[in-house]
Ligand binder design. Sequence first.
Ligand code: B1M
Length: 210
Amino acid sequence: MFDLNEISLQLQKGKAKAVKELVQKALDEGIEPTRILEEGLLNGMAVVGEQFKNNEIFVPEVLIAARAMNMGTALLKPHLAAEGATAKGMVVIGTVKGDLHDIGKNLVKMMMEGRGLSVVDLGVDVSPESFVQAAIDNKANIICCSSLLTTTMHEMKNVVEEAKRRGIRDQVKIMVGGAPVTQSFCEAIGADCYTKDAASAAEAALHFCA
Ligand code: B1M
């Protein structure tokens, strides 16, 4: 019986090669990709986050763990993504200005692609102007903003304001998420939807595009 905790432990140690091999082995043994993601990779990253908060590890160790996480999720991607699905809607996604965290954003993207949506990924440190310009250029149904820092989450309000300024606010839904973001924050800044995790973000996006 495959032990998904081993993936979590190797991720905590930043052993990217071991994580990759274990994820492949778990897939080969027929374990559901969402279980590998949640019980293996996300579980390991939650422990890393706790250690980081308690100053038991520092930025270099977190970066190494993040690299291991990314190698694991890259292997899962084709299994989570819907094969041959026609695009059900267009989403522009990015991490807000000043913020370099992209693991959660990448997961949201992966889940949305898995539900048949087309996603344009603007990366990290994305200005409100870039979000809105990309939405116009790609005729997007949705703008998705991710933020992991209390010092950058206010940029989401600037995205809402920029969409109004460019005259597209009634044509595009604005979704927000990331660890410090809440439903009340979403309402306060005039965004359309807050979701706690990647799977519910994909579900909500699909609903908006229906
Ligand atoms: Co940073 N970091 N970090 N970090 N980092 C946090 C966020 C922090 C909570 C750690 C801590 O102190 N406990 C803290 C923020 C404190 C705060 O603001 N309240 C913090 C800090 C302080 C910092 C620096 C300032 C540290 C420093 O330099 N002194 C610095 C800032 C750099 C910057 O951005 N300008 C920094 C840097 C880094 C690294 C570069 C080392 C690295 C990022 C690597 C990368 O992303 N490529 C890193 C990491 C990895 C973390 C932690 C440990 C893990 C984040 C993560 O990837 N989690 C994090 C601690 C923690 O969260 N426990 C921490 C896993 C990921 C799957 O979860 O991103 O929450 P998450 O995404 C979830 C949901 O939130 C949701 O779905 C995802 C999965 O279901 N979701 C969305 C996310 N985006 C969404 C968008 C949506 C919907 C849902 O749109 C609709």
